[in-house]
Design a protein around this ligand. Structure first.
Ligand SMILES: NC(=O)c1ccc[n+]([C@@H]2O[C@H](COP(=O)([O-])OP(=O)(O)OC[C@H]3O[C@@H](n4cnc5c(N)ncnc54)[C@H](OP(=O)(O)O)[C@@H]3O)[C@@H](O)[C@H]2O)c1
Length: 207
């Protein structure tokens, strides 16, 4: 699969490397020429401008800070029409324990509204960047919750979640992003206010 990564930071940089190791062709969009050079040295990995990453990918991963995401997506929208767009954003407030958007919407819904011709799938927002490196907790596999409106796009994203080592769980349409994003507040509370640290992860039990 051809994957374009917008922003090679904690989330985009780490997931891009993982997906490249699994045999996907990954193109990182970055503002930094030095980072682009470094990222281009590994197998299945290339790097360049955000524009080029958006054009390259059949699947696009948004890895930018929430504050810059709207203008960026509106500028790149023409390259993203018809494509699968993975949104992992949490629109956090300045205290990092609340959301900066009202509970009647979500980052996932807003991203879908800014890219009406793309198939937006919310995923990875409940997962801390450090956990991406190892989702296996003594044999218990952390859950990768996702949601979106397009069933085929969700199948593709579920496969990418599984490739990255998580157990994919479909949560329904893009409106469910409201609850996935609220889960992040619980994650941040537990990890940093209650002192459990950034290696905690959610696991859905079923029988
Ligand atoms: N960190 C986590 O644990 C975590 C977990 C779940 C979800 N998320 C979500 O993932 C998204 C990215 O978070 P992150 O932690 O990966 O962020 P990060 O490490 O700061 O990376 C963000 C990247 O965005 C790019 N960027 C483009 N314009 C920028 C600007 N004006 N200012 C700063 N960076 C800019 C930069 O990449 P280039 O320099 O390569 O252009 C930067 O490396 C956020 O929406 C966040 O809510 C994060």
């Amino acid at each position: 699969m051809n994957i374009g990564i917008l922003g090679a930071g904690n989330m985009g940089g780490t997931l891009g490397r993982i997906w490249a190791q699994k045999g996907n062709e990954v193109f990182f969009g970055t503002r930094s020429p030095e980072k682009a050079l470094e990222l281009s040295k590994s197998v299945n990995m290339r790097a360049g401008s955000y524009d080029d990453a958006a054009k390259f990918g059949d699947v696009i991963f948004i890895g930018t800070p929430w504050s810059v995401t709207e203008p960026m997506l509106k500028a790149l929208g023409k390259h993203l029409a018809g494509k699968i767009v993975i949104d992992c954003a949490n629109a956090l407030g300045p205290d990092f324990l609340s959301l900066a958007i009202p509970p009647t919407t979500s980052a996932g819904e807003l991203v879908q509204s800014w890219l009406p011709e793309s198939k937006v799938v919310k995923a990875y927002n409940t997962i801390g960047a450090k956990v991406l490196l190892n989702p296996n907790y003594d044999g218990a596999i952390a859950t990768g919750f996702y949601c979106g409106n397009d069933a085929d796009a969700k199948k593709v994203v579920a496969e990418l979640i599984a490739q990255s080592g998580f157990e994919p769980v479909d949560c329904g349409d893009i409106k469910q992003a409201r609850y996935l994003e609220a889960m992040t507040l619980l994650f941040l509370n537990l990890a940093f206010k209650q002192g459990m640290g950034g290696q905690i992860a959610f696991k859905l039990l079923k029988r």
